[in-house]
Design a protein around this ligand. Structure first.
Ligand SMILES: Nc1ncnc2c1ncn2[C@@H]1O[C@H](COP(=O)(O)OP(=O)(O)OP(=O)(O)O)[C@@H](O)[C@H]1O
Ligand SMILES: [Mg+2]
Length: 149
């Protein structure tokens, strides 16, 4: 099952996403160039209360954002593997450290490092419907999450 949302609906979709997906910290985003991975990740960060303006991590591989939860300062890593060559380069960039830090990690182009992630991730597939609508499917090892959104 899949969920569709427009740009306008993105903030409310992002809130529902966090309510539905709670038992992992690693989110892998699949979708072609321009599908809307970065845009969705920005909305998910905003829904967590990230305050600073976010950009695509096109020039830095790893972007780090802070938010507060239950009175604690927490981190989100937004990582784009697109321009990295192979798993070795990806590990050298510090991606593995982020993944095992326990902080929320949202990763674009995870296909670049298939060996880096264990089963306890959420796979998020996004595809364009038209210029303002996107279709999303979320899969966890136990099955699809999308019907809970
Ligand atoms: N419902 C929607 N959700 C997300 N993005 C949308 C939506 N409707 C339109 N868009 C637009 O689609 C574009 C998606 O670009 P974005 O940079 O998020 O893609 P991407 O998947 O991260 O691409 P890349 O692989 O190049 O990093 C943006 O211009 C965004 O405004
Ligand atoms: Mg992107």
């Amino acid at each position: 099952m899949t969920v569709a949302f427009s740009l306008d609906e993105l903030p409310s979709f992002a809130h529902r996403f966090w309510q539905a997906v709670k038992d992992t910290n690693v989110f892998l985003f699949y979708g072609e160039m321009g599908a809307g991975k970065t845009t969705l990740i920005e909305a998910l960060c905003a829904a967590k209360g990230v305050k600073e303006r976010m950009g695509s991590p096109t020039f830095s591989i790893i972007n780090q954002y802070a938010y507060r939860e239950n009175g604690e300062e927490k981190l989100i890593y937004h990582i784009d593997l697109y321009r990295l060559k192979d798993e070795e380069e990806i590990i050298q960039a510090g991606v593995e450290d982020c993944v095992y830090s326990g902080a929320i990690c949202m990763i674009e182009w995870p296909q670049k490092a298939p060996g880096l992630f264990d089963n306890n991730v959420a796979n998020v597939f996004i595809e364009p419907i038209d210029s303002t609508h996107r279709r999303v499917k979320i899969e966890r090892p136990g099955g699809s999450m999308t019907e809970q959104l």
